[in-house]
Ligand binder design. Structure first.
Ligand SMILES: [Zn+2]
Length: 376
């Protein structure tokens, strides 16, 4: 089965020679990109889709979400907008609602949010646990996550649950909880932050996860300067996400090690924290990704186009750099080379935009430009 997508006004492939083509066509065969070239030269195929002169981009790769939870925290958001500060403890509110919900309700909520992401152009998504904070609920969350995506992350160490001593909880996370959750996850993550887990506790969580066969990633340097980024670089993590407060040594370590800095502009938007300087990171040679961090406390958006617009306006990126960070950057953050681009051989995960160029993603913020999403 082969399908040609023809009359593409602008085609973003991220090919080395010609990352963006005009008047182009693309052929999909058996779920993979089989041919890319000028519209006039398109080979014969079983089926044709007319892009109507619009733009085709790789599907977004959202490398950081917390899609599976119950309840919401609109009241907390409203209070924050009225002047209260965000502290890490708000997570416990969602934990209470999530523990009560039951697996079927959680799956229905996760699927609804996944459909919301998909409609806005996201075709690969990472999903974390972390709103259970007990063995049974963390395991249940990962089972649900595994029905939504192969990119599942064990985040038992999201915050210390009410009534627990931090070190005792780390023992649980690295012991019984990890044993039950590791078979259900690809990644291990920890919230390394004042009010959550310190450097030693975070290291213990990531090293135990790695010993159980999981790959490390980390929530780092969100609310202030801290040890998270250095820990990620030392352990060879795929990604250090947030990176809102970085020292010069942190930036140098990210550039040297190739650890991807995951930028989550929805968080700064929704907490009124300062945005990290993505321009400075790129200029220093750091690899970056943009993700939504979709979660009920600090970034309840499922929209990668919204995050791209914020990254352009507030973090100093060009529209092209932001799109690359939201596609190829996300793929690198998940150590995937089959998504995030449309070179020959890629998974045929692609998005049609009702726009003459990808620049419109940032130029027309909040406008639903995605008209069609095709997946392999
Ligand atoms: Zn997060």
């Amino acid at each position: 089965m082969s399908t040609a997508i023809t009359d593409i006004g602008e085609l973003v492939t991220w090919e080395a020679e010609q990352p963006i083509r005009h008047d182009a066509a693309l052929v999909v065969e058996d779920g993979r990109v089989a041919w890319v070239g000028p519209s006039a030269d398109v080979p014969a195929t079983d089926e044709r889709v007319d892009a109507g002169g619009g733009t085709v981009i790789p599907g977004f790769v959202d490398s950081h979400t917390h899609l599976v939870f119950a309840g919401d925290r609109a009241a907390e958001f409203a209070a924050r907008m009225a002047g209260e500060r965000y502290a890490a403890g708000g997570i416990r509110t969602t934990v209470a609602a999530t523990r009560e919900a039951g697996a079927d309700a959680l799956e229905a909520l996760g699927r609804k949010r996944l459909a919301e992401l998909r409609a806005q152009g996201t075709t690969t998504v990472e999903v974390k646990s972390g709103y259970g904070l007990d063995t049974a609920t963390e395991e249940a969350l990962l089972r649900v996550a595994g029905r939504l995506t192969p990119e599942t992350t064990f985040l038992g160490a999201h915050v210390v649950p009410q009534g627990w001593d931090a070190d005792a909880y780390v023992d649980l996370v690295t012991g019984e909880m990890l044993a039950r959750c590791a078979p259900l996850a690809k990644w291990v993550d920890v919230f390394c932050e004042t009010g959550a887990f310190d450097a030693d506790q975070s290291r213990a969580v990531l090293e135990a996860g790695m010993a159980a066969g999981l790959l490390p990633r980390i929530h780092a340097n969100q609310l202030g300067y801290g040890p998270g980024v250095q820990l990620a670089c030392e352990l060879g993590a795929a990604a250090a996400d947030h990176c809102t407060y970085l020292s010069n040594a942190d930036v140098a370590a990210l550039a040297d090690t190739g650890v991807v800095a995951g930028l989550l502009p929805g968080v700064e938007f929704s907490t009124r924290h300062p945005y990290p300087d993505a321009r400075h990171l790129l200029d220093a040679g750091v690899r970056i990704a943009i993700a939504t961090d979709c979660n009920p406390g600090t970034s309840y958006t499922s929209s990668m186009p919204f995050c791209i617009a914020l990254a352009v306006r507030e973090m100093g990126l060009t529209p092209t750099e932001a799109l690359r960070a939201a596609t190829e950057g996300g793929a690198r953050s998940l150590r995937r080379d089959d998504v995030g681009h449309l070179r020959v051989g890629a998974r045929a995960d692609l998005v049609l935009l009702d726009a003459p160029s990808h620049v419109h993603l940032a130029y027309r913020p909040g406008v639903p430009l995605v008209t069609r999403v095709l997946t392999a």
